[in-house]
Each structure stands twice: as structure tokens, then as C-alpha cells.
Design a protein around this ligand. Structure first.
Ligand code: 13P
Ligand code: SF4
Length: 325
């Protein structure tokens, strides 16, 4: 979504009117106005994940996308300050790639069940247990965990990363479902971990079958953090960006995105002719990022993301190795 430079508040509302009722807009408008002004004053950009609510995604974000795109774009940002409208590991990744810039996260408690499921000590133990196997860590991990790994991946490039290693067996952490889905796609044996995304693991095959029964012609798109039995019920599985591209390219008449709630709202804004069926699993961590929080973050330049240099160097190597592919 382009930066709202000199757009008017009424043109911003037109963008989101399909998903934000008119009576709710006055609660958002003053913060949006202030954030646009503060970004100019601070020479700041807002990077926003696809799971941000529409008033953030469509009205104040400068760059939007999946985890892979946000990491790539963080490398190219020309600004003094980067504000991450996403969760903590995303802000850390942006900081790893921009050690000289101020990177802010509006709420330090915006975590992730995957990132919380594994520690650097766990990886050291796994390396002892499976000597010689490369360690691939999902980008949904702390910088300290990335520092213990050989290369990172996201849901958008997991297959490519695994195949690039050219070995029959790898350690891939911490999402057991992503690992199982990628193992099936690549034929590579994957030693995984017991982590799971608390949003995607709640979807079930029975739920998908019921949605199909209730909504004739439904096209089902699922995120690969869903269990393999759920992915089996879908017509397509891919990262949040891949799902958005699928909708743009195929223009299904009726579609459901088996992922976090805000994703469908954000894409629905762009496709008025598509019927979006919206079962809703919300990520409580992503939802800690709000317009008032973003405004406060820009006003007070908090919370500044810092990473111990001893961790930052090896963690950056793992992220850059992924981005170089
Ligand atoms: P992607 O946007 O990379 O598909 O990741 C989804 C997710 O759950 C991020 O927290
Ligand atoms: Fe983590 Fe899942 Fe939330 Fe993404 S949606 S931040 S993977 S808990």
C-alpha cells in the first residue's frame, strides 16, 4: 500500500469503507492524521504485516506484506526510523538488517507462540543429538535462536531454503506443522520441534469440510502453519503474500483464507467483487499493535529494539543467507 503522503482523510476512508463502518471511522481518524504527520517529522516509515487491522494496513502503513517481504524491504528502507507494525521477532529482523537505524515496536509484549517455543539452548542440544545436520530456523524466532542456526526461512521460501541445502536430512525449527508440510513437498527428512502457531493450529479438517458444504463453489486457501490434514483439505497453501497473490491472479468468486482474521479484511478491500467467507482465528499478539500504540511509539520513539552485538552478528548471517537465495 502506498504511503499516505498528501491524501485526504475522506480518500483514506474510501479505501476502507467496505470493512470499517462509518460510525467507527471518527474513532480512527485523529490517530491516523497524527501518525501521518509524525512520520513526516520523524522521517519514519511503518512496515506492516498482512495481519494488521485495515485502518493500520490501508491508512498508515508505508510497506505491507508477509514476513519475507518485510525482511527484504527492511534492507532497502531509506528513513531514520522504522516502526514495525507486527510482532517482536519481525522488529528484531528489521533491526538485524538495519543496525544503524532506530527500529521501534509499539508494544514489546507482541510475541508469538512459535518464537516462545524454543531457546538457543534447545538448538545446541539438538546439534549435539544430530551432529552435522544443518539447522534451519523459521523467521518466527528470537534473534538469539537465529544466532544458533545456519539459515532462516519464512513460509514464503521454506521449500526453496530446504532444497538449497542439497542434503537428505535437516533440522527445521520450531513449527512442527510447517516442517511436516515442507517435508512432504520436498521429500527431505526433517527433524523438527514441538512448536505451533496458536492461530493456525486451531483450524480443523472438519471445519473446512463444513465451510465447503455451507458455501458452494468455495475456494480454500490455507497457510502452511496449519496442520497437514488441514492443508490437505485446501485448494492451495502458501504464505500470506502467496494467498493474496492467488486471489489477485485467480479472482475466485468465493474464497476463504484459513489464517488470521485481518488478512481477509485487508484483501477484501481490494476485491469488491469477491465473496470472502470469514471464519476468524485472531492472533492476540498481532492485535497488540493499534493506532494509538503506533502514535505513541512515534511521539515518544519507543520501544527501541536493541540486540546484543554478539548475537546480532550470527543472527544477521542466518537472515542474510536466506535473503541471498
Ligand atoms: P507470513 O506472512 O510470512 O506468511 O507469516 C505468517 C505469520 O504467521 C506471521 O506471524
Ligand atoms: Fe505467531 Fe501465529 Fe501470531 Fe504469526 S499468527 S505471530 S505465527 S502466533
Amino acid at each position: 500500500m502506498p504511503a499516505p503522503g498528501n491524501v485526504t482523510m475522506s480518500s483514506l476512508y474510501q479505501r476502507v469503507q467496505r470493512v470499517i463502518p462509518p460510525m467507527e471511522w471518527p474513532a480512527f481518524a485523529p490517530d491516523i492524521d497524527a501518525i501521518i504527520r509524525l512520520k513526516r517529522e520523524r522521517r519514519a516509515v511503518i512496515l506492516a504485516h498482512n495481519y494488521m487491522t485495515p485502518e493500520i494496513f490501508h491508512c498508515v502503513a508505508d510497506i505491507t506484506g508477509d514476513s519475507l517481504l518485510l525482511a527484504r524491504e527492511a534492507q532497502r528502507v531509506d528513513a531514520d526510523v522504522i516502526v514495525m507494525a507486527g510482532v517482536h521477532f519481525m522488529a528484531e529482523t528489521a533491526k538485524l538488517l538495519n543496525p544503524g537505524k532506530t527500529v521501534l515496536i509499539p508494544d514489546t509484549a507482541a510475541g508469538c507462540s512459535l518464537a516462545a517455543s524454543i531457546t538457543p539452548a534447545d538448538i545446541r542440544l539438538l546439534r549435539q543429538r544430530y551432529p552435522g545436520l544443518p539447522v534451519v530456523t523459521y523467521v518466527n524466532t528470537s534473534a538469539a535462536v537465529k544466532a544458533e542456526s545456519d539459515i532462516c526461512c519464512t513460509s514464503g521460501n521454506a521449500r526453496r531454503v530446504i532444497e538449497s541445502l542439497g542434503v537428505p536430512e535437516v533440522i527445521m525449527l520450531p513449527d512442527r506443522y510447517l516442517a511436516a508440510n515442507v517435508a512432504r513437498e520436498t521429500g527431505v527428512k526433517i527433524i523438527s520441534w514441538a512448536g505451533a502457531c496458536e492461530v493456525h493450529e486451531r483450524f480443523t479438517p472438519a471445519e473446512i469440510r463444513q465451510l465447503r458444504a455451507e458455501n458452494p463453489g468455495l475456494v480454500v486457501l490455507a497457510h502452511p502453519e496449519c496442520p497437514p490434514e488441514v492443508v490437505d483439505e485446501a485448494d492451495f497453501a502458501g504464505s500470506t503474500a502467496a494467498m493474496a497473490d492467488y486471489v489477485t491472479d485467480h479472482q475466485p468468486g468465493r474464497v476463504v483464507l484459513i489464517t488470521e482474521c485481518s488478512m481477509a479484511d485487508n484483501i477484501a478491500v481490494l476485491h469488491p467483487n469477491i465473496d470472502f467467507v470469514r471464519p476468524c482465528n485472531m492472533c492476540p499478539h498481532m492485535k497488540r499493535i493499534t493506532l494509538p500504540g503506533l502514535r505513541r511509539s512515534l511521539e515518544t520513539l519507543t520501544h527501541d529494539v536493541t540486540i546484543d552485538p554478539a548475537i546480532a552478528a550470527p543472527a544477521r548471517r542466518a537472515v542474510e543467507r536466506m535473503l541471498a537465495l
